[in-house]
Write a new protein. Structure first.
Ligand code: PMP
Length: 364
């Protein structure tokens, strides 16, 4: 499945004009059964989550507890996250997946009618939120090597800045010194750093929070914590930004995190040793895979994520995508300008990546 959004405005007599015009985000394929599939298309963890997180689900009385509404403030979870990052609990906000946290950030911080700045090649949900919240998008081109040209962000009257670090789907990492330049370019605007993939080799901008009142850092438990199915993301920033997010959240859904998710996420965040070990395994497999594919002639963008962005030799990315699918290996193909010759390949287990490398060898 390619990453095309529905192209034409749809219509229905019962829909509002706003809904008729939306071009929704299209998530990567989630096959009903993965029994015979090697699934390398949505950057999930190939390993199960921390045993401490799993143990929570075995606790007695867990289901009976669902009678009650959960803590609307997820206080214990926020305190645990704060402790991990040397922050105060009022510097943390949690949401139902980082997509929900991003949505609240778009609504709460990005000024209108000024344009929101982000890279031309980036997480494809950003333009969707722009349309949803009626924010003008100003896409700034990445350099030819897919690095971010920070100097281009010196745009007057910007409404805000957002970028993933490492970027998606390229995997390229922007050093903290350049994040600081962005923060200094727009001291009166919120700069959101979406660190969905930061644990796979980057350094988090969370250490800058006390110095920059305009910085919001967003994390997810979907990748490095192996909890994509739990739906848990969080934002970290100075208390005045977190208060803004809470105002939005409490005007939309006061109980976004169910009680079980709060407990599982708290146990997962507290298990730092498991996280470090899990990421080290994924990083080692990434480096092995890059070496094997590079030797075969693939052009690979340097990655600090749990995926690689790779251009195959000899055949088109689309043809390789189809050939891999026929061999029960799913990767992600984006039929979009500048990146249609690349495949985004999530890092699986060593065995899964060996099978991918072997399949590529066969096809090429
Ligand atoms: N940000 C980026 C850059 C992503 O790639 C993703 C995953 N699609 C997300 C945020 C959202 O992750 P989740 O909602 O699972 O936390």
């Amino acid at each position: 499945m390619s990453d095309q959004m529905s192209d034409q405005p749809q219509d229905n007599p019962f829909w509002s004009p706003a809904v008729a015009q939306l071009q929704p985000y299209v998530p990567g394929e989630q096959p009903k059964t993965t029994a015979r599939l090697i699934k390398l298309n949505t950057n999930e963890s190939p390993y199960p989550p921390s045993p401490k997180a799993q143990a929570v689900l075995q606790q007695e009385g867990l289901a009976a507890h669902l009678r009650l509404y959960p803590d609307p403030e997820s206080a214990e979870l926020c305190a645990t996250i704060a402790a991990e990052f040397g922050l105060q609990p009022d510097q943390v906000f949690v949401g139902n997946g980082s997509d929900e946290v991003l949505a609240h950030a778009f609504y709460s911080f990005f000024k209108r009618p000024e344009p929101l700045l982000f890279p031309d090649i980036t997480y494809s949900f950003y333009p969707v939120y722009c349309q949803f919240f009626e924010i003008e998008a100003r896409k700034l081109p990445l350099r030819d090597d897919f690095s971010i040209a920070v100097e281009d962000y010196a745009v007057e009257n910007a409404g805000g800045v957002i970028l993933p670090n490492p970027n998606a789907p390229t995997g390229r990492y922007l050093p903290l010194a350049e994040i600081e330049q962005l923060l200094q370019l727009h001291p009166q605007r919120v700069v959101v750093i979406d660190e969905a993939y930061i644990d796979f080799g980057g350094e988090s901008a969370a250490t800058l929070i006390d110095r920059y009142p305009n910085l919001l850092v967003i994390h997810t438990l979907s990748k490095s914590h192996a909890l994509a199915g739990l739906r848990l993301g969080y934002a970290m920033g100075q208390a005045h930004l977190i208060e803004g997010l809470n105002r939005a959240k409490n005007s939309f859904n006061s109980y976004p995190i169910d009680g079980i998710a709060q407990k599982v996420a708290t146990a997962a965040i507290a298990d730092r040793a498991w996280l470090v070990d899990n990421c080290a395994k994924v990083i080692a497999t990434r480096e092995r895979t890059c070496a094997a594919l590079t030797e075969m002639g693939f052009d690979i963008v340097p990655s600090k994520a749990n995926f690689i962005f790779a251009k195959p030799p000899k055949i088109s990315a689309e043809a390789l995508f189809v050939a891999l699918r026929e061999r029960n290996i799913i990767v992600r193909y984006f039929n979009k300008p500048r990146i249609s010759e690349y495949l985004r390949i999530s890092i699986g287990t060593d065995e899964e990546m060996d099978a991918l490398v072997e399949a590529c060898r066969e096809v090429l």
